[in-house]
Design a protein around this ligand. Sequence first.
Ligand code: FA5
Length: 358
Amino acid sequence: MTDIAILERQILDAVTAAGDEAALDAVRVSALGKKGTVSELLKSLGAMTPDERKANGPAFNSLRDRVVAAVAARKTALEDAALDARLVSEKVDVTLPVRPEPQGSIHPVSQVLEEVIAIFADLGFSVAEGPDVEYDDYNFTRLNIPPDHPARQMHDTFYVAKQADGSRHVLRTHTSPVQVRTMLKQKPPIRIISPGRTYRVDSDATHSPMFHQFEGLVIDEVTHLGHLKWTLEEFCKAFFEVDAVEMRARPSFFPFTEPSVEWDLRCDRSGGQIKFGTGHDWLELAGSGMVNPRVLENCGIDPARYQGYAFGGGIDRLAMLKYGIPDIRSFFESDLRWLRHYGFAALDIPTLDGGLSR
Ligand code: FA5
C-alpha cells in the first residue's frame, strides 16, 4: 500500500468512527485544516519539480476531493440520525387531553340555546339572526305596532339616541324583528328559528333587563294552527325529554299574530320538583299565533297566497325550568361557583341522537 493509500484509509476510518458532529469536525480539521495532513501534502507540491508535481498533483487533489466528500456524507448521516433521535424523544401523543381535566363549562343559557337549535334543526328549521340594536320600524311598526299604538307599552323599551336623519333605534325587545328581516329578503316557503338576546326595562327574580328569546316562523300556502300545535308539542317532548306532553291553548293578543294563542304545559309541581306531561299544574310556555296578514303585507309577502304561524318563548325561563334554577339574575352575575354547579361539560354538544342534556 502506498503512503497516500494508507493515509486515506486512516482518514476515512476516522470519518466513519466520528460519532457526532464535533468529532467529525476534529477529523476534518486534522486532514483538511491549515495544518492538516492532506493540506500539508498539497502544500508540498510547491517545493517539487515540475515532473514530480505532474506525477503527484492529481493523486493529492483527488485524495482531498474524496476526503471532502466523505466528511460531507458523514455530516449528513449524523444530522439525519440526530433529527430521528429528536423526533423520537419529542414525540407528542395528540390524542391525549391537553389538561388532565377540561377547564371551564358551558353556561346554562348557551346549553339551552344549543338544545333549542338542535331540536328545531331536526324539524327542518334553519337559524336566522338579526342585530341587537334594531330599527324601531322592524321591532314595532312592520309588526303592526305603529307609533303611539298602546301595544308598545307592553314592551318596556330601551331607546337608543336619535340618528342624524331623525330615525330611532331600539335595543330589540323581542326576536320578532328577525321575522321581518327574513321575510324582506326571502320568499316563502320559510321555516326559521331565531334565538338571541333581547332587552326590556325589567328586573326581578323572573325578569332580566337582558334576556334571551327564540322565535319561530313558518310561512307557506297551507300552514294552520294544527301545524303550530304539533310543532310546539314535538319541541316540548324533545326539550323536556319526556314521551308525551299535554298542552293547553289560551286566547291571547299580539299585534303581529291573528288569532293569537298562548300555550301552557301540563306539569306536576308536587314534591318540590317539576315533572312534565303529568300532574294538575300548568306552566306558561310560549306566545304564538297565525301571522297577521298585515305583517305579511308590510314585509312584501302576498297575504292572499301565503299564510303562516309564529311563536316565541324565553330561553332563560326554559333553562330555569329544566335545570331548576330559581332566580334569573344569577345567570348574569358571573359567579364561578354558580357556573361550576349549573354549567355543562364543554365537550358535550347537545344532539337529539347523543342526548340533549347528559
Ligand atoms: C313576545 O315577546 C312575542 N314576540 C312572542 C311571540 C312571537 C308571540 C311570535 C307570537 C308570535 P312576550 O312579551 O310574552 O312575547 O315574551 C315572550 C317570552 O319572553 C315570555 O314568555 C318570557 O319567557 C320571556 N320574557 C319576557 N320578558 C322577559 C324578561 N324581562 N326576562 C326574562 N324573560 C322574559
